[in-house]
Design a protein around this ligand. Structure first.
Ligand SMILES: Cc1cc2nc3c(=O)[nH]c(=O)nc-3n(C[C@H](O)[C@H](O)[C@H](O)COP(=O)(O)OP(=O)(O)OC[C@H]3O[C@@H](n4cnc5c(N)ncnc54)[C@H](O)[C@@H]3O)c2cc1C
Length: 468
């Protein structure tokens, strides 16, 4: 037996947040009336970075963050910890939508590359320890079809702004010398990716903001934003500028058909023995994912565990956001099964499992929006690539709002609008059908050892708006 059928802790905001519970800063609930220069809705990375850059730009500004639950409650406290250079959206689609074409899309890609190092530099300067370690990322192909997709992806990487050195195809042996996955045929190595501990990043940023004089409120849901007025259950705020940073939870404020919450689930193992690590290899902080349609993403944690995520139950009817993130046993079993297939003979045991929601637009492209007339803006729609995107998006939003022209304010995701999602029950049926097709396509490719991507997966991508 390779995977133990244990019952891990489930939900409760996940391992990262529960493990840091004793470091959790406490912030008051907002009541009454107030007037601020900048009001920020949402205490995830986007909201926290937005507060950071507003204060950096002008320390005398009064800046307040209103968080419905607790800082890091959303995806920012629950993610896979990849600080990666992948832009939040499809580069070809951004190129087509932008007057600047491919060059504009390349500039977006370069900003995300710089973003990885920029975040690491800020963490260093602010003394934030989030277990950050830049070791790059490996993408494994388990089939010839998957390898074919990586070859195409690398061509796109080079076309849209990465260099030969930043995106490298590697063979099976080289891959296995870095991470010894039994099923691998070869893969891609990305140079610009760092592993982080998600909750440590949230709390590090929140502490930094407190020392900068930002007021953070928890348990303070904003029910509506009407121009310069924010209405909360027990109060009202007047703000010269408001940034909506609510990602997968954006339905009530930005419209249920603008962004939907797509679910992603994770498990974390108990710490592995030295012998297990010797067999697996995986020295250092390289992040890992694969080219399957139902892909996984993973990191080796600073304390010697494997954290691995996959999709699980993809979407809840009516855009439900899943509370504190309990996930299905079938999803836990699925991810454990992947682990034991990758690394046969190692007895993996899940310590904690959880899920969270990504904000996904109809074509999976994110966008930063600022409306000078109302004084309201947002940065959302990062899909699964939000750790770096939150930094880039928040910084851009602040620059737009304060009329600072920078290399970021003309990037093609600024002002980008996706079309709206279908009403229910169509979007429920569509998203579930897409994931079902992806699952069948993976099985088909694996069983046949296929060198071609399954037509079902191509159809699923079209249905989902991932590719045209
Ligand atoms: C399981 C999982 C794994 C992931 N892995 C990765 C990864 O490895 N790398 C990567 O780049 N991305 C990853 N992502 C995506 C990434 O975590 C997110 O894109 C990013 O954290 C979004 O940050 P945010 O601040 O915009 O949103 P969130 O972190 O979701 O924060 C939004 C906040 O707004 C609050 N809120 C909502 N409504 C209101 C309201 N009305 N009033 C006040 N507050 C409100 C919520 O409580 C929440 O705290 C992952 C996501 C998930 C779920």
């Amino acid at each position: 037996m390779t995977a133990l059928a244990a019952t891990p802790r489930n939900g409760e905001l996940g391992f990262w947040m529960t493990g840091q519970a004793d470091k959790r800063p406490s912030f008051p609930r907002f009541t009454g009336q107030d007037s601020v220069d900048v009001a920020i809705v949402g205490g995830g990375y986007t909201g926290l970075w937005a507060a950071y850059f507003a204060k950096k730009l002008e320390p005398s500004l009064s800046v307040a963050v209103f968080e419905a639950e607790q800082v890091g409650y959303g995806a920012s406290g629950r993610n896979g910890g990849w600080l990666s250079a992948m832009p939040a959206g499809n580069r070809a689609r951004f190129a087509r939508a932008s007057e600047g074409g491919i060059e504009a899309s390349r500039a977006l890609q370069r900003e995300f590359v710089h973003g990885v190092d920029a975040v690491l530099d800020i963490l260093k300067a602010e003394g934030i320890d989030a277990d950050q370690d830049k070791g790059g990322a490996l993408v494994a192909a388990h089939t010839e079809a998957g390898l074919g997709r990586l070859v195409a992806r690398r061509e796109a990487d080079l076309k849209y702004g990465l260099t030969e050195d930043e995106s490298q195809l590697i063979g099976r042996n080289e891959f296995q010398s870095q991470i010894n996955i039994s099923t691998v045929h070869g893969g891609l190595f990305y140079k610009h990716c760092a592993r982080i501990h998600p909750a440590k990043l949230v709390y590090g940023l929140a502490d930094t903001l407190t020392s900068m004089g930002v007021q953070i409120y928890e348990g303070s849901r904003v029910d509506s934003v009407e121009g310069k007025t924010l209405t909360l259950a027990n109060g009202r705020v007047s703000a010269a500028k408001t940034f909506i940073c609510t990602e997968g939870y954006s339905g009530p404020l930005l419209g249920k058909r603008t962004l939907i919450p797509i679910n992603s689930s994770m498990i974390i193992t108990k710490p592995l023995s030295d012998e297990a690590w010797e067999q697996i290899g995986w020295n250092g902080a390289k992040c890992l994912n694969d080219s399957a349609h139902t892909f996984i993403y993973s990191q080796r944690t600073a304390d010697g565990r494997i954290a691995m995520g996959g999709r699980g139950v993809p979407y809840r009817f009516g855009s439900g956001t899943g509370g504190d993130g309990a996930t299905a046993q079938s999803t836990i079993d699925l991810i454990l099964h992947k682990l034991s297939t990758f690394f046969p003979g190692i007895p993996f045991e899940a310590e904690h499992a959880w899920s969270g929601v990504l904000g996904v637009t109809r074509d999976w492209n994110g966008g930063v929006h600022w409306d000078p007339a109302s004084g309201v803006g947002s940065s959302t729609g990062y899909a699964g690539h939000g750790v770096t995107a939150a930094y880039v998006g928040a910084r851009t939003l602040v620059e737009l709002a304060f009329e600072k022209e920078t290399e970021r304010t003309s990037l093609p995701w600024v002002g980008y609008r996706s079309k709206k999602w279908e009403p229910e029950p169509l979007r429920f049926l569509g998203v579930h059908a897409m994931y079902r097709l992806f699952g069948i396509a993976d099985q088909w490719e694996e069983r046949r050892g296929s060198s071609q991507t399954s037509l079902l997966a191509k159809f699923g991508s079209r249905l989902a708006g991932l590719h045209e």
